[in-house]
Design a protein around this ligand. Structure first.
Ligand code: ZN
Length: 152
């Protein structure tokens, strides 16, 4: 199960619409000590695939390194990645599976139909590099973080 705040969920879907007809992409961080996967930060990224951005995506490796450093600084880790499927379903493609290398991470996919985000689904990468597979996982949208309460 992937737990995500309403704000992060909406951001991912808005990014998918904003990038249409290209694919959007980004990185998701989570807290390390939680038994469940709880997204704590959404890092939006440029799609580096200039040759075929309508049906491929690529995140700048430098951006991933920066995200890993940020995660370490926050005592968090990378929980997964998101991207969109312009005018295609939210199911992963064979290319998505081929290009996925982060085991036990979530791959969130949002389908965009004529510019409007429709389904958003998540898959966890399991197995090994030789025999890998995506397992569907539930997305639970939780309330936004509460603002700090200041005792007076
Ligand atoms: Zn895809």
């Amino acid at each position: 199960m992937l737990k995500i705040s309403r704000a992060d969920y909406d951001l991912i879907r808005w990014e998918a619409e904003r990038s249409y007809p290209h694919e959007c992409c980004g990185i998701l961080l989570r807290t390390v000590h939680e038994g469940q996967r709880v997204v704590t930060l959404t890092i939006t990224c440029e799609n580096m695939r200039c040759d075929s951005p309508v049906n491929r995506y690529s995140i700048d490796p430098q951006r991933i390194i920066a995200a890993l450093k940020l995660a370490r600084h926050r005592a968090e880790s990378v929980v997964g990645f998101y991207h969109s499927h312009p005018d295609a379903g939210s199911h992963f493609s064979s290319t998505d599976l081929e290009e996925a290398h982060w085991f036990d991470c979530s791959y969130v996919i949002t389908a965009v139909e004529r510019g409007r985000a429709s389904a958003t689904d998540s898959y966890v990468l399991r197995g090994t590099e030789q025999e890998k597979q995506f397992k569907e996982e539930e997305i639970e949208i939780v309330a936004n973080a509460q603002p700090l309460r200041i005792a007076l």
